[in-house]
Design a protein around this ligand. Structure first.
Ligand code: UTP
Length: 413
């Protein structure tokens, strides 16, 4: 033990993180063990690099951004039937799994508990999880299969999520038979001096590593292995907070299969050039998503000969991937982006600090940063009012109110 402690102290000194042991002697034995475990599993070199990077401006000059071609679901004409038949065959053949990313903190919404448990205010008072499960079950029935459902949680909300599902009898699914839960990875949060924060529980304050953590989490937790046992070839990966998400789309699948691409993503037309969304594009020739902060005003405004925005296909976190591609993407680290967030912590004197504004860096990988690994990707433009009703903010745009209205209109409830 002394030896282990000695080595931990040495590491902490090397990275100027000695404060992590300040409250150690006041912790219970179990917590002490957990803290040491956390320290041993922390990649201090990575944290150091991320901190140094957080102080630098991101240089995007090296990236050559060009438009990406897309298909419009409304204008497939004669091809529609053919894509549909191909996709339906694959679904009936049990080649599709649905994956829901539900590990986010939902800070903007401010709901206590996992975002998926949120009731958007329909007369039925169904939670987001139930709305998603309704659609999944209905689609499964249509094709005579049960579509396996994989739900990504985070350390923070895993227990509460599973408890909620158990209370609701997994909405008819059977745990570990056709519904599976797995946790995404985490990274420590740091202050503006690069010091790792200690949370109120006396342990390192960690936060989920972003939706880009999905690939690694699927592989590391044995989910892709499980999918292979079930005969799954394609994974639809979507967010928990889009109550109109269509996880089962034979057209999307048919396109991916017929075009021999390892992924297909859905887009909706950008509401206006200023809308704060990422759009599909190519970066140095590879499929990607460019954030609204990364393109110039001129690019955002640019239109083609039909008057449509050249960079107008919004990425709505509705993507289909071949299982081989997911496994490949899950074995390669993604870059991390830095977010400045509000985080309560214990200071060096043992006092709890509740900040008024952002005080700490959080590191997140983005799902679309892995798209560059794909051989190619098909983009399918769909209608916003049919497929995109996100619940992000407590009020105003993309709020429970707007999502509820869109849901009611589409499902006529
Ligand atoms: P958002 O980026 O909108 O984040 O996630 P959020 O956590 O829901 O909300 P804010 O930003 O804290 O207000 C889009 C989707 O990705 C999932 C979310 O659960 C949501 O379905 N996500 C996000 C994860 O699963 N893990 C993450 O680490 C981040």
């Amino acid at each position: 033990m002394e030896e282990k402690m000695e080595s931990i102290r040495k590491t902490l000194k090397k990275y100027s993180q000695e404060h992590l042991l300040n409250g150690y002697s006041h912790l219970s034995e179990a917590k002490q063990k957990e803290l040491l475990n956390q320290i041993e599993n922390t990649d201090f070199e990575l944290i150091n690099n991320l901190y140094n990077k957080s102080k630098k401006e991101v240089d995007v000059r090296e990236t050559n951004i060009t438009p990406i071609e897309y298909l419009d679901k409304d204008k497939l004409n004669g091809y529609y039937r053919s894509f549909q038949e191909t996709g339906e065959r694959a679904i009936r053949n049990r080649e599709l799994a649905a994956v829901t990313m539900a590990g986010g903190q939902g800070t903007r919404l401010g709901h206590k508990g996992p975002k998926g448990t949120f009731d958007i205010g329909l007369d039925s008072h169904k939670s987001l999880f139930e709305l998603l499960s309704d659609n999944l079950k209905e689609q499964g029935k249509k094709y005579g299969v049960v579509i396996p459902w994989f739900i990504m949680t985070s350390k923070e909300n895993n227990e509460a999520t599973i408890e909620f599902f158990a209370k609701n009898k997994y909405f008819g699914y059977e745990k570990n038979k056709n519904i599976f839960f797995f946790e995404q990875g985490e990274l420590p949060m740091i202050d503006t001096e690069g010091k790792i924060l200690i949370g109120e529980d006396g342990l390192i304050k960690e936060a989920a590593d972003g939706h880009g953590g999905i690939y690694e989490a699927l592989v590391k937790n044995g989910m892709t292995k499980k999918m292979r046992e079930l005969g799954v070839q394609w994974l639809f990966i979507g967010g928990v907070d889009n109550c109109l998400v269509k996880m089962v789309d034979p057209i999307l699948m048919g396109i991916a299969i017929q075009k021999h691409v390892s992924a297909a993503g859905k887009s909706v037309v950008k509401a206006n050039p200023q809308e704060k969304v990422g759009v599909f594009c190519r970066k140095n020739g590879r499929p990607s998503v460019v954030e609204y902060t990364e393109i110039s005003e001129e690019m955002a405004q640019a239109t083609d000969e039909r008057g449509e925005l050249i960079y107008g296909e919004s990425h709505i976190l509705c993507n289909l991937f071949n299982i081989d591609a997911v496994e490949r993407m899950g074995s390669k680290p993604l870059p991390y982006h830095t977010a400045f967030k509000k985080a309560t912590y214990i200071d060096k004197n043992g006092n709890t600090v509740v900040p008024d504004g952002p005080n700490a860096y959080k590191f997140e990988a983005f799902l679309f940063d892995a798209f560059g690994e794909l051989d190619d990707m098909a983009i399918l433009r769909v209608k916003r009012e049919e497929e995109f009703a996100p619940v992000k903010n407590a009020s105003g745009v993309d709020s429970p109110e707007t999502a509820r209205e869109l849901y009611k209109k589409f499902y006529k409830v």
